[in-house]
Design a protein around this ligand. Structure first.
Ligand SMILES: [Zn+2]
Ligand SMILES: [Zn+2]
Length: 155
């Protein structure tokens, strides 16, 4: 019988283990990331958090995001030429970026696969974290005949 992957540990436990204080702002920002997993930018997180906490500032939101990333509750997703996005999915996964609509989708690893084993890692190197981004067209955009990729428009 295969053992199930360990459940991501709870917010309270993780944040206190990392030596950070459990502030209502951090909790709220984390809840925003969990509520809608569409890989929002910091500005989008700010606008959503503001609905619950009208007095929160963008700087505070940046700060909270930084803390969540540093204690491993969220990860940054960098898409070329774009603002950093944030992801609270803690399972090992890659990202698929649609080049047409810019939506970022989570792509789970195939069962039993491990990302670092896909590479012929030179001796002595240790992987501490991996990041993989796939690009292309999402299912919805692939159906659209006006796709930029299919009919590149001169700028
Ligand atoms: Zn798309
Ligand atoms: Zn993700």
């Amino acid at each position: 019988m295969k053992s199930a992957p360990p459940e991501p540990s709870g917010y309270e436990e993780t944040i206190s283990h990392s030596g950070h204080r459990l502030t209502p702002q951090r909790r709220e920002v984390y809840d925003v990331l969990l509520a809608k997993r569409d890989h929002p930018t910091a500005t989008e997180v700010f606008l959503r958090t503001k609905q619950q906490m009208p007095n929160i500032s963008l700087a505070t939101v940046y700060n909270c995001l930084e803390t969540l990333v540093s204690c491993g509750l969220a990860r940054q997703v960098n898409v070329e030429r774009e603002a950093t996005r944030f992801c609270a999915n803690l399972q090992e996964h890659g990202h698929f970026v649609c080049e047409e609509c810019d939506k970022v989708h989570d792509v789970p690893l195939a069962t039993g696969r491990h990302l670092e084993r896909a590479f012929d890692l030179p001796k002595g190197l240790t992987v501490t974290h991996s990041e993989i981004t796939l690009r292309g067209l999402c299912a919805a955009c692939a159906k659209t005949p006006q796709s930029k990729l299919r009919n590149p428009q001169p700028k």
